[in-house]
Design a protein around this ligand. Structure first.
Ligand code: GDP
Ligand code: ZN
Length: 481
């Protein structure tokens, strides 16, 4: 590993500090001096004298995972705060180092004074993500797990949190490590042959190709989760398009559930759409209602509806075409389908047909021609008025964005952008290996491709990672994490 951990004892506030008001705030020390420093700033309650109390303080940190009630004292022995102190003795701690936690009263003053005391006694202020970095450097977490800690802490939806938890449990590492192991094994075999060619049996090229193909397939599968990973981070944009009066606005309101309250009017902007932020099946989503907020009896709207739809649909991840079961499929629907879906590379394969108003008419009235029908990933029959089948629409949207892929274990983990780039590099290297073998190039060239693939995979798991990469990963963390 490129980076090495220094043996400073670090201190940080482990709880959220924004606003700095809360019942409890945790000041956390980690490092070889954590217990000694803790012993100097903490005094166990009930000590008869100062001397006996501070002797007791050291004892408070002799036992791992045990809470002790007491006080934090300043340099003169004056009480700064009442706290609960806990030691986590190495390696049974978050960082795998000795860790001491002081559970102070929440609020800026208590925390700042306790922190200042720890700094006075020799701790150093922790940098962003340094606790987690240490956990990684000490082998307590691999790199994907460390990144998942950050993803979990910053998750804004349950889907993002679930995905981070699955990655923290090693869901992403397992296949990547497996593929890396295959590359490293092949590399060892080829290098041995380069050194001692005479003494070895002929190379089993088929077996090598098969093993490399297996690794490639594993990587490809992991890469398919990246799209979902990106959407978990950035959210998905869903454009609701369709003729006037098919029920787009009502559908949007039904999906947001609280009438108008989170619908923000964007009238007068060039796109002239209504936008709402919702949580669809755990995914952060922005819904765009494209036919605007003006009176739908206005002929003008009818005329420019298609144009507006086009602008919104062009930038959307998913296009939902709404049609009206009562009026059935009409030529205007075909026109909108043609411009928003058939002629929109992004929307092809990422569009859902919604037949609305099933409370008053039969959905089969609005069945489009077969070539139109097959362009949708799903068809859903709903009633925006009664809310009937809306959950199916939500599922259809989630399925459509995740490309219909759910991994074998049902795990929800997903590769983030950094990981996806590295995985793509590994895949490219293995593609080159395939060509190198096919072109009957010398073994040295095979090893170059394999080494690149192994390195790219190692940068995902953290087995091979440069200090620069670690810096960029951990500087996104907050202080104290
Ligand atoms: P938009 O022009 O596509 O946005 O359509 P609106 O949402 O404004 O709806 C047009 C009309 O259809 C309104 O009178 C709605 O109340 C009605 N509507 C929308 N959805 C439904 C539905 O599911 N069932 C019934 N019966 N009426 C609906
Ligand atoms: Zn509308």
């Amino acid at each position: 590993r490129a980076a090495t951990t220094d043996d400073d004892t670090i201190v940080g506030v482990a709880t959220a500090v924004v606003g700095a008001v809360g019942g409890v705030a945790i000041v956390r020390l980690s490092g070889s001096d954590a217990r000694a420093i803790g012993g100097r700033v903490f005094r166990r309650a009930g000590g008869a004298t100062r001397a006996s109390a501070s002797a007791n303080a050291a004892n408070a940190f002799d036992e791992s995972h045990k809470a002790t009630y007491g006080v934090v004292v300043d340099g003169d022995g004056e009480i700064i705060d009442e706290v609960i102190a806990l030691a986590f003795i190495a390696p049974r701690s978050y960082t795998a180092e000795d860790v001491v936690e002081l559970h102070c009263h929440g609020g800026a003053v208590c925390v700042q004074r306790a922190m200042a005391r720890c700094l006075d006694e020799g701790a150093r202020l922790a940098r962003n993500g340094e606790f987690t970095l240490r956990a990684f450097l000490n082998g307590r977490l691999d790199l994907t797990q460390a990144e998942a800690v950050h993803a979990l802490v910053s998750a804004k939806t349950t889907a993002a949190a679930d995905s981070a938890l699955a990655a923290m449990r090693g869901g992403l590492t397992t296949p990547v490590s497996e593929a890396r192991r295959a590359c490293v094994d092949l590399l060892a075999e080829l290098e041995a042959r380069l050194d001692f060619d005479d003494e070895m049996v002929p190379l089993d090229v088929r077996a090598i190709e098969a093993k490399a193909a297996g690794a490639r397939e594993t990587i490809r599968k992991v890469l398919t989760t990246a799209k979902r990973g990106a959407l978990l981070e950035t959210g998905v944009t869903v454009a609701i398009v369709g003729r006037p009066n098919v029920g787009k606005s009502r559908l949007l309101n039904a999906l947001t559930r609280s009438e108008r309250s989170i619908v923000t009017s964007r009238e007068g902007t060039t796109r002239d759409v209504v936008e709402a932020s919702v949580n669809i099946g755990g995914l952060p989503a922005t819904l765009l209602d494209t036919a605007g907020i003006r009176s739908e009896t206005d002929d003008e709207v009818e005329k420019i509806g298609v144009e507006r739809s086009r602008a919104a649909a062009a930038g959307a991840d998913i296009v939902v075409l709404v049609v009206d079961a009562e009026r059935g499929w009409v030529s205007e629907d075909s026109a909108i389908w043609q411009s928003e879906i058939a002629n929109n590379a992004r929307a092809r394969g990422s569009s859902v047909l919604v037949v609305n108003k099933t409370d008053i008419a039969d959905a089969s009235n609005a069945t489009p021609p077969p070539e139109v029908l097959e362009s949708f990933s799903t068809v859903v029959h709903v009633s925006a008025a009664t809310g009937d089948n809306l959950e199916h629409l939500e599922h259809a949207i989630v399925r459509t964005v995740s490309g219909g892929e759910v991994d074998a274990e049902g795990g929800a983990w997903a590769a983030n952008q950094r990981q996806a780039e590295a995985l793509q590099n590994a895949l490219d290297s293995l593609d080159r290996l395939r060509d190198t073998i096919a072109a009957d190039m010398p073994l040295d060239f095979w090893t170059i491709d394999l080494r690149e693939a192994a390195f790219a995979l190692g940068s995902v798991t953290g087995d091979d990672v440069t200090e620069d990469v670690l810096d960029t990963i951990f500087e996104r963390f907050c202080i104290g994490k």
